[in-house]
Design a protein around this ligand. Structure first.
Ligand code: IMP
Length: 194
């Protein structure tokens, strides 16, 4: 069964395809479809934005669609950047600019800078709406390290680790990450349904 993955984020595509690999679901990304649609994320919660993405792409193709919305919540910043994680340093900003902004905002706070990654995953096929969630707790550091992953990975160390998420393999990230938890739960629900 084919599932369209409603994201433009190459890092997410890689992770989510790997999570569904070996299942009966084939993940078709917007890149595979040559679609560079810009989805307006007007929601104020991860759940609202994940649903907006899934519904928008479902209405476009009328095919079962999965989507996620995710981000990092930093305790000392009152939960920011949260749902604005992708554009924290401005529209069309780079991951490096986002990381630099967070590091700058944390400069007067004592360590550890406790944080969590949050992911809400959604399936929508015009009839069924399924929503699952995952969280990864850890801390932010002010010296970026590593080249794997994407986003805030070079400055995020999961609890129980000494390495940043950008210093661990995709396989290891997919054993622990917020996205892996949310999509593994979603996969279980879909296996019950189809
Ligand atoms: P979204 O595409 O609107 O869900 O935005 C997600 C943003 O949150 C990404 O662009 C990253 O900045 C951040 N983010 C979400 N998941 C991760 C992750 O696994 N690693 C690092 N950053 C992440």
């Amino acid at each position: 069964m084919k599932l369209i993955l409603a994201t433009q984020n190459k890092g997410k595509v890689k992770e989510i395809k790997s999570i569904f690999n070996g299942s009966k679901f084939e993940i078709i990304s917007l890149y595979d479809l040559g679609n560079n649609i810009k989805i307006e994320e007007t929601g104020t919660t991860f759940k609202e934005n994940a649903i907006i993405k899934a519904e928008t792409i479902y209405e476009y193709y009328k095919e079962p669609t999965i989507a996620d919305d995710s981000g990092i919540e930093i305790e000392q910043l009152g939960g920011r950047p949260g749902v604005y994680s992708a554009i924290y340093a401005g529209e069309n900003c780079t991951d490096e600019e986002n990381n630099a902004k967070v590091i700058n905002e944390l400069k007067n706070f004592p360590e550890p800078h406790k944080a969590k990654y949050v992911c809400v995953a959604v399936f929508y096929d015009g009839r069924n709406l399924i929503e699952t969630k995952g969280e990864l707790h850890g801390r932010v550091i002010k010296e970026p390290r590593g080249t794997e992953g994407f986003g805030y990975d070079p400055i995020f160390i999961p609890d129980g680790y000494e390495k940043t998420v950008a210093e661990i393999s995709l396989e290891e990230k997919n054993r622990i990450s917020h996205r892996a938890q949310a999509f593994s739960k979603l996969l279980k629900e879909l296996e019950k349904l189809f």
